[in-house]
Design a binder for this molecule. Structure first.
Ligand code: PMT
Length: 411
């Protein structure tokens, strides 16, 4: 099973004889569906060549912090943002010490400081080094900070001794890494998510649509599933792969999206409306392709149904989360939508083009959100939509749990 499907994994390799085992680990990570980028310390390259990892990962290997060429391509900050998780295997005693003290004197340690992605360490070293009080203190410090420690295992060591300090096997590391993404925060909860654009037909070949790619909604569906939810994803036209274990229903128009949402909403406790639903549709869709004889054509438009507002009027209603796509006055407009549509929470994003004419919000891998609710406001800084979706699902799960407690209290 592809337990790491589409996950961006940075595999950090430090200097130790177990570095040779990371070659097989790279294969296992890719077999599990991960996109792997390898970062090696200089000492690691003494044990195994970067070329081995380039061939196995299918990506260039990163070794230097101050490398002009590398920084012009995918520099350390982009790499840090790219990652869904950072796994260092093997992690030497020196690496644990540097991380525990927040040092950033090479690419790998700098990346760890610069990344908000979960960090996991698979230590491998001589048993005496592992048991040394300094190493054990570093382990305690790292665990306190939320760093995951995988292993080490007990067994015979390359140095000829037997004891604790062996790198876990590839399959064990893949399983441990996969479990990092499964929070269980929404275990047993049904979540309905809309994603993508809607297409409103003008005639059989033309439509009114928008630039939504569906990425934000699909990332939310994956994150909600990983959090244990049973997820139904209602998607407008887009070409994305359905996340594992998610029920996907494709629709085209706002009217079809409304009907499908209403057919499924009753058994869902949470509704997340990430779709960019068209606000208007042609009053009449021509049955035949329109001819271009006239110099001008006026198409009369009418409002579509507001799906989000209708769901929030239901009785009983789910916990309702809307999005606000704004080009200006992001917060003010989002607050108005929160109130007007009687939402529990709204995630506001700036959309359009940035100063370099790149898409932001819509049709981009990245986004930044301002999440507003009656309990206050949280800013989720610019990050890949996959990472952002996990943060947002965490917030939704926390707010939903409080909301449910309040409901039980007043019942
Ligand atoms: O798909 P991507 O390329 O990844 O881009 C993601 C996104 C920018 C589309 C997404 O993050 C986002 O902002 N989605 C909502 C877009 C939108 O339509 O915003 P709005 O401000 O016009 O609508 C406010 C809310 O009402 C939204 O939750 C929307 O889903 C909902 N709505 C709007 C109109 C309508 N007729 N029915 C609705 O349910």
């Amino acid at each position: 099973m592809n337990t790491l499907n589409s996950k961006h994994i940075i595999l950090g390799i430090t200097g130790g004889i177990a570095a040779y085992k990371s070659a097989e680990l790279t294969r296992r990570l890719r077999d599990a569906g991960a996109d792997v980028r390898v970062v090696m310390t200089r000492a690691a390259t003494e044990f195994v060549t970067p070329l081995t990892f380039q061939a196995l990962s299918g990506n260039p290997v990163h070794t230097e912090l101050l490398d002009e060429k590398a920084e012009a391509g995918m520099g350390h900050i982009q790499l840090a943002r790219w990652a869904d998780a950072v796994l260092i295997a093997p992690a030497s005693a020196n690496c644990l010490a540097k991380l525990a003290h927040g040092r950033a004197d090479d690419l790998l340690t700098t990346l760890c400081l610069a990344s908000e992605a979960p960090l996991a360490l698979a230590p491998a070293m001589n048993r005496v080094m592992w048991q040394d009080p300094a190493t054990q203190d570093n382990v305690v410090t790292l665990k306190k900070r939320g760093v995951a420690l995988f292993g080490p295992a007990v067994g015979s060591q390359a140095c000829g001794e037997t004891g604790e300090g062996r790198l876990l096997d590839g399959p064990e590391l893949v399983a441990a890494l996969s479990s990092l993404f499964k929070s269980g925060l929404l275990q047993g909860i049904d979540v309905l998510i809309t994603a993508g654009p809607t297409y409103e037909p003008i005639d059989p070949v033309r439509f009114i649509g928008n630039r939504s790619s569906g990425r934000m909604g699909f990332a939310l569906a994956r994150a909600a599933r990983e959090a244990g939810a049973k997820v139904t994803l209602i998607s407008g036209p887009c070409h994305l792969t359905t996340p594992d274990d998610v029920q996907r229903i494709d629709v085209e128009t706002a009217a079809q999206m409304l009907t499908t949402v209403m057919q499924h909403i009753a058994r869902n406790q949470i509704f997340i409306s990430a779709a960019a639903v068209a606000d208007y549709r042609p009053r009449v869709a021509s049955q035949q392709k329109l001819k271009k004889q006239q110099a001008e054509r006026i198409i009369e438009l009418e409002r579509t149904e507001d799906i989000l507002a209708q769901v929030s009027q239901l009785e009983p209603r789910p916990f309702v989360v809307g999005f606000a796509a704004e080009t200006e006055n992001v917060e003010r407009n989002a607050r108005k939508k929160l109130e007007r549509k009687a939402l529990d929470m709204i995630a506001a994003n700036r959309v359009g083009k940035d100063a370099n004419a790149q898409d932001i919000g819509f049709n981009s891998e990245y986004n930044a959100l301002q999440v507003i609710s009656a309990n206050g406001e949280v800013k989720l800084e610019l990050a890949r939509k996959t990472a952002l979706a996990r943060e947002l699902i965490k917030l939704i799960a926390e707010h939903y749990s409080k909301h449910r407690q309040q409901q039980e209290h007043t019942a």
